[in-house]
Each structure stands twice: as structure tokens, then as C-alpha cells.
Design a protein around this ligand. Sequence first.
Ligand SMILES: [Zn+2]
Length: 391
Amino acid sequence: MPSGAQGQVRGAGALLAILRDGQARTRGELAQLTGLSRSTVSQRLDGLMDHRWVVAGEGSISSGGRPATMFAFNGGARVVLAADLGATHARLAVLDLGMTVLAERAVELPVDQGPERTLGCVVDAFHELLAATGREPVQVCGVGVGLPGPVEHASGRPANPPIMPGWDGFAVPEWLGARLGAPVLVDNDVNIMALGEHWAARPEADHLIFIKMGTGIGCGIISGRRLHRGAQGAAGDVGHVRVPASDAPCRCGNTGCLEAVAGGASMAAALRAAGVEARGSRDVVALMRAGDLRATRLVRQAGREVGTVMASIVNFFNPSIIVIGGDLAEAGEQVLAGVRETIYSRSLPLATQHLGIRVSELGDRAGVIGAAVMVVEHVLSPDTIDRIVTK
Ligand SMILES: [Zn+2]
């Protein structure tokens, strides 16, 4: 820990963060690292153990002859529920606070049937998953949900989501919280995918951009290892950036949007106009894999269009890594080639010198893992812990 931060380490929550990181394991190490007295450290640890956030055991580190007591974060004591809702499918999971997946399931669940029916199915599925893990509802300490549309960050409510009729302004956190008995955090699907990918595959990256290329296009921004949501939660909505030399009509009412030329829906429409059966981005990728040259050309061109917009973002934001996810990421090198080609030719050399451009490692699990990351980080944040542990 940098010496400048020592003066801020006061509460039990800060000690828990140190134990989670593995920076210290004994009273002596905690006292040395934080500058707190051993008696204060002991008092804080007692508070954390009362709430079962921390467990103690005899260790092998010797201090003056006898073994010191070792303290460890008790990640298995509680569980979180995580759900990633897409347009037609959802993925749900139960994880412990150490991010171990205890149960996971993908279900067909269209969001266009409205919030109460959709979320009712989510509640039922969570109860079934919990039962499968042998955990009790009382052990649930938080719920994370990703939605396929804009979400106002402060309230957790969807804001004019284009593919979710009946959801505008719906109080998702309150509705779910009343039925699941735990705090509920809601964010858009791209933000939680960025969180999941960063946690699982790129924790060393300080500045990461996650681009979802599916039916629509959006990006999640990790800045200084934290999700950047912007003032209202609308940051990263690149799908409606104007692409030069295009007047293709977009579902938002404008023309020439990135999504209207490079989104899965527009590619499928282009294929249908050429007499090829294609309903969405998954069909486009399947056709490409089957060797359809029109689909392959469309995917590469979509990569170039996205790369052109991303080149400006690379100059502006200087990320260390760009991760491509969503259905089009399944196209692998075909889509990466187009993205790389334009970013490397149009961004400043200093910004691209060490820039990595990859496809998502978690694939369609990025969202559900990220929803869990969002909740675990909230539940275990020093502020939250200090409110619970008052010793
Ligand atoms: Zn648009």
C-alpha cells in the first residue's frame, strides 16, 4: 500500500480489503501495513469475525517462537445472485463472495413480455438455483442484474429501452429486492460485460474498452480499473455515432449511425435483401462459418466501421486493451482483422504502441460474471462493511 494511503485506513472495511488482496494475514502484518495499533486491529478483526466476513486459524508464520493467528477473508459465507438478461435469453448464476460459481443456468426468456413477467421468471429461477446449491435465501447478500438497454445509474431503472416495451422507468431494484430480500444493483449489459471481462481476463489492465458487437453496438469503459458510467449512466453508447459516407436509416430515427451499418440486425437485413435467409447476428456468423462470401465480406466491413469509430476513441481515451464481445466476436479473426486494420492505421502511434485488441475470453458468460463482480464489489466495499461492522 502506498504510504500516503495509510492515514485513511481506519475502519474494518479497509482491513477486509487488505485481507482479500492477501497483502497481510496476521495482526502484526495488518498493524504494520496500516499504522493502526495492534489492539485496534484486534477490535476490527473481532467485528469482522462476528459477521463471519473473516475466519481465523493457526498459521505457520512464527512471531517470537509461537505461531501467529492467521486471518482470512471468508468468501464462502454468503452468496450473490447474478443475472444477464438479453433480448431473448438470460443467463443466471449463484456465486459466493470469493467469485466461485456455485450454480449457473441459461434460459430462454424474452424481455418483450414486460418487466413483471420477465422478472418473475428470474425470481423463480434464482430460487431453483439456490435450492440446487443447498444455500438458504437468508445467505443472499446482493443481487446484480444486467439489462439489454440504457439504465439510469442512480435509480437502476431502464430509460427508454428500445427493445423492452413496458420497462421504461420500471423500479427493477425495488421490485426484485422485495422478492429476494437483498439489495439489487442494475446496469446495462455492456457495462457488466466489461466488468466481467476485466475481472476474469484482464485484471492487470488499468484502462480497458469492451465493445459489444451484436444486434446493436455499445461499449463499456474501464478507467483506472473502475467502470466509467458517466453522469447519467449513458457513457459508451457508441452505436449511434455518425459514420461518414452513410445515410442508412437507424432505429433511433437518425441516419448513418454505426449500428445501422455494422450492427447484426443491419447485416442480416442486407443478406435478406440479397435473398439469403438471416434473422440476426448469430445467423450472420453461422453463414460466414459455412463459407458464405457475402456474410464474410459484411463481417469484415463491420469490423472496419467499428474500427473507424474506435480509432477516435483510442486517440481520446488511450486504452491499454480493447476487447470485442457479443455475437460477432464469434467471428474471431474475420472481425478482428477489420477492427485492427482501421485502428492501427488511424490512431496515433503513441496510443497504439502497446494496445492489445482481442476477442472476449468469457464469451456469453461475461455479463453474468460481471453482474456478480458489480455486486461483490459493492457488498465488500469498505463503506458498506463499515456501516455493518461498527466495532
Ligand atoms: Zn442510431
